[in-house]
Design a protein around this ligand. Structure first.
Ligand code: UFG
Length: 332
């Protein structure tokens, strides 16, 4: 089976993947600079290499001494707003950095790569739900850089036979049902953790609702929230498909196929926590498409992926369990 290298494995989604890989009996090595992630998010038996994922010398050393046959590439910058104001940094990390990893993987006989991609590769939807045949016209550098690397993967596959699966997440949310790993960023921009942390922080915290005049049922943006544990499971399926040789190179959407408006999420947070989050109507946030809903039929058919925690209630409940018990994240 060989060993699996997970870049960004100490981060929010990465740590859920690593836990699942260990449960399936795999030997996992994580490379993470801990800019967002935490060592405490990792199982004890996993080796953590604390480094930038694109450091060629460290990668050569790692590939040289371990039997790494597959890479799950999670490490990236992932904030849409930051990518618009600072595209250079996003291109450097997400494209140039990822190409360094790809070069090292190629030279060290890695067989396959699972890549963390995003719904932001599509841009503004021209049809819904969004399937993988939908045009890819990103509206921000974040989506552009992810798409650029997907294309690099496709050309590397053609030229060198390095196989890949790119997983395009819609809105990752929730936390492990055990309540001991979850989402925590120094600067939080995402809706569900913002609402939950706002409740924990007390009365004075008000969460803005970005845009109330969208062409949706209640005027707020609609998103397809998908549980992080289900995302993790999809990576295990993707890895298995690569290991079994049944996958040359393909992109897959991961979502539940159901959209919820910002106000519906606020209501669910109120219902789950028993406390009404404080919100205020605010102007639209630049770059937000009105509606993003996935068709994940291809992932179900070709990867055998089946979400186990598909409801918004389960997503918010598990997130609340984590935040309530970890009000300062892993420092709690
Ligand atoms: N929102 C608010 N108030 C907030 C935060 C968010 O109203 O304080 C709204 C946003 O405007 C959006 C929705 O809640 O309509 C969800 O926003 P998030 O920031 O939680 O997530 P995004 O949909 O912006 O982004 C997610 C991922 C990105 C990915 C994108 C795909 O975090 O990495 O989906 O389009 F690129």
């Amino acid at each position: 089976m060989g060993e699996v290298l997970v870049t960004g494995g100490a981060g929010y989604i990465g740590s859920h993947i690593v836990r699942r890989l260990v449960e399936t009996g795999r030997t996992v090595v994580v490379i993470d600079n801990l800019s967002e992630g935490s060592e405490k998010a990792l199982p004890g038996e996993v080796e953590l290499v604390r480094s930038d994922f694109a450091d060629r010398a460290r990668l050569d050393e790692l590939f040289g001494k371990r039997e790494i046959r597959h890479v799950i590439h999670m490490a990236a910058l992932a904030l849409v707003g930051d990518s618009v104001s600072d595209p250079a940094t996003y291109y450097r990390q997400n494209v140039v950095g990822s190409l360094a990893l790809l070069e090292a993987a190629r030279e060290h006989q890695v067989e396959g790569i699972v890549f963390s991609s995003t719904a932001a590769t599509y841009g503004n939807p021209v049809s819904l739900p969004i399937d993988e045949e939908h045009p890819t016209r990103p509206t921000n550098p974040y989506g552009e850089t992810k798409l650029a690397f997907e294309r690099a993967l496709s050309w590397y596959r053609n030229a060198y036979g390095l196989r890949y699966v790119a997983l395009r997440y819609f809105n990752a949310a929730g936390a492990h049902p055990d309540g001991d790993i979850g989402e925590f960023r120094r600067r939080e921009t995402h809706l569900i953790p913002r609402l939950l942390r706002g409740i924990l922080a007390g009365e004075e915290t008000v969460v803005p609702i970005f845009g109330t005049d969208y062409p949706t049922t209640d005027g707020t943006c609609v998103r397809d929230y998908v549980h992080v544990v289900d995302l993790a499971e999809a990576h295990v399926h993707a890895l298995r498909a690569l290991e079994q040789g049944g996958m040359e190179g393909e992109s897959f959407n991961l979502g539940n196929g159901e959209g919820f408006s910002v106000r519906e999420v606020v209501d669910m947070v109120g219902k789950v926590t028993g406390r009404r989050p404080k919100t205020e109507d605010a102007p639209r946030r630049a770059g937000d498409p009105p509606i993003l809903v996935a068709s994940a039929a291809r992932a179900r058919e070709r990867l055998g992926w089946q979400p186990r925690l598909p409801t918004l209630g389960e997503i918010v409940q598990t997130a609340w369990k984590w935040h309530e018990s970890h009000p300062r994240g892993y420092e709690s």
